[in-house]
Design a protein around this ligand. Structure first.
Ligand SMILES: [Zn+2]
Length: 494
């Protein structure tokens, strides 16, 4: 792992244009150098390498009769490329009935950006527009002059003079209004580095140690860049069944929490600019960012994404021990549920997902399974199997009804969703039944299930409380990233 923030071990290398037409085998070596870099990098002749890779390539080519390009011809500079950061499209509102946007010297365009368009309207100094969406189009009305504009499809706004204000929150660059039935969906298209400036204090805190903030910023940049590629790239880059979308990330916990530029501060901006363009990727031969998940508190051991969402995820091969998040207020927690409450949550969950209940292997579902849940009593609710990180993988539940028993095996991640992910804070749980204390006719009746858990969140990737503590203990950004993403390496996207 490159210690990018101490000594610049990651370099950008500009290869002279004439070298691109070198005879073999030198061209082969050059191709190897550029393999996995994006088309933009290839045409600009800039590649991002670790010094160790550069030296080993140089040594190996020296021992062969063909040398690569003389070092003197390579323009090498730490951390600098001519590449512009990507723009990210953040959905800041799913649907508003009549949003108002204020700003200085506002310019309105038909479509999603200003390129190639003449402004539909420009208003001097401070102005406000109100929008209504219907029939696949957007109507804009100037609150002062009452000027009216209608477009089919999306409409975009820019303020060359400053911020755009939506719902008291400032946004940089462009706001795009997409008609969605009778409501307006709003997307902020913004330089990814500026997006990160705003994200720091929404997702965590710029007051953490600088090394911990930088680690979290790199994870957030990587996640964002991954989503840009997943949502826009060729079909091959998208997850199965994933359609190209008019936004890349949501501004909620579904992706990363972002409320515009509202909470930017100098500490946040300093950490973002110190790590400009630095991302995590799966290998030197790939320039693709990993999906750098992170979460609040792992509770002692991180989780693999395949255990939570299935499928394979580049750059995640190992779950790791984290001794650093014990100070988190969510390190340990307990919940008590009555059997009827659990039955209700599971019943609603099973019904909402429209799926048949999950049965133990080899058993069949009785036709009256709903009667078991609606009229029977929950006699068993326990962890059935653990995954490799020690979290609950499956939970077994049994109901007794009219002298019969129904057994279901439920995926623990689903059960967590059904209980509410902020209630059942993780799947690192132990479940203990508590029986009726008095002697009576039914000694074995469970009156309460105690769920004792560790951590908060899915547990994949960086543990925020762990990273915070590591920073306080003097660990470097690269140490933190190496612990939580042991199978990824650092690279430079721009
Ligand atoms: Zn942790």
């Amino acid at each position: 792992m490159a210690r990018v923030l101490d000594v610049p071990t990651v370099l950008t290398v500009q290869v002279p244009k004439e070298s691109m037409t070198l005879p073999d085998p030198r061209r082969r070596i050059l191709r190897k150098l550029f393999d996995g870099t994006s088309p933009g990098l290839r045409t600009s002749g800039v590649v991002c390498l670790q010094i160790s890779t550069l030296i080993s390539m140089w040594v190996s080519t020296q021992s062969a009769e063909a040398s690569l390009i003389p070092f003197s011809k390579l323009k090498i500079s730490p951390f600098h490329t001519e590449l512009e950061p990507e723009k990210i499209r953040v959905r800041v509102s799913e649907g508003l009935a009549a949003p108002k946007i204020r700003g200085l010297d506002l310019q309105l365009y038909s479509g999603t950006d200003a390129s190639g368009h003449r402004a539909l309207a420009s208003s001097d100094r401070l102005s406000e527009w109100q929008f209504h969406c219907a029939g696949g189009g957007v109507q804009a009305k100037n609150s002062t002059s009452h000027q009216l504009i209608r477009v089919q499809g999306p409409l975009s706004l820019e303020s060359p003079a400053g911020f755009l204000s939506l719902g008291q929150r400032p946004y940089r660059e462009t706001l795009i209004i997409h008609p969605n039935g009778s409501s307006c969906e709003i997307v902020n298209r913004v330089d990814i580095e500026k997006y990160l400036d705003g994200l720091v204090n929404a997702e965590f805190s710029s007051k953490w140690s600088e090394e911990a903030v930088a680690a979290q910023v790199i994870a957030a940049r990587t996640y964002a860049y991954h989503q840009i590629q997943a949502m826009r790239g060729p079909k091959s880059a998208r997850a199965a069944g994933q359609k190209a979308s008019h936004f890349d990330v949501d501004s909620t916990t579904r992706d990363q929490v972002y409320d515009g530029s509202y909470r930017e501060d100098y500490r946040a901006s300093r950490s973002v600019s110190r790590t400009r363009g630095v991302i995590l990727k799966a290998s030197f031969n790939s320039n693709l960012p990993i999906k750098a998940f992170y979460h609040s508190t792992c509770g002692g051991q991180t989780e693999l994404p395949s255990q939570v969402w299935g499928g394979s995820h580049a750059g995640f091969k190992r779950s790791v021990k984290c001794p650093y998040c014990a100070q988190s207020p969510k390190a340990h927690w307990e919940l008590d549920y009555k059997p009827a409450e659990i039955t209700m949550l599971l019943f609603q969950g099973l019904k909402a997902q429209g799926a048949r209940p999950f049965l133990p292997r080899g058993s069949t579902l009785p036709i009256d399974w709903i009667s078991f849940l609606s009229q029977g009593s929950l006699s068993r609710f326990q962890v059935h199997s653990l995954d490799t990180s020690g979290r609950a993988n499956q939970i077994a539940a049994s109901w007794k009804w009219e002298n019969r028993t129904l057994d279901l095996i439920l995926p623990a991640v689903k059960v967590r969703d059904w209980f509410g992910a902020t209630q059942m804070k993780s799947t690192a749980i132990q479940i203990t039944p508590e029986y009726r204390a008095h002697s009576g006719s039914d000694l074995n009746q469970v009156v309460n299930f105690r769920i004792a858990g560790k951590g908060f969140g899915h547990g994949v990737g960086l543990c925020q409380w762990g990273a915070k503590t590591m920073g306080e203990q003097g660990f470097k950004t690269s140490d933190i990233l190496k612990l939580y993403y042991p199978d990824a390496i650092l690279g430079k996207a721009w």
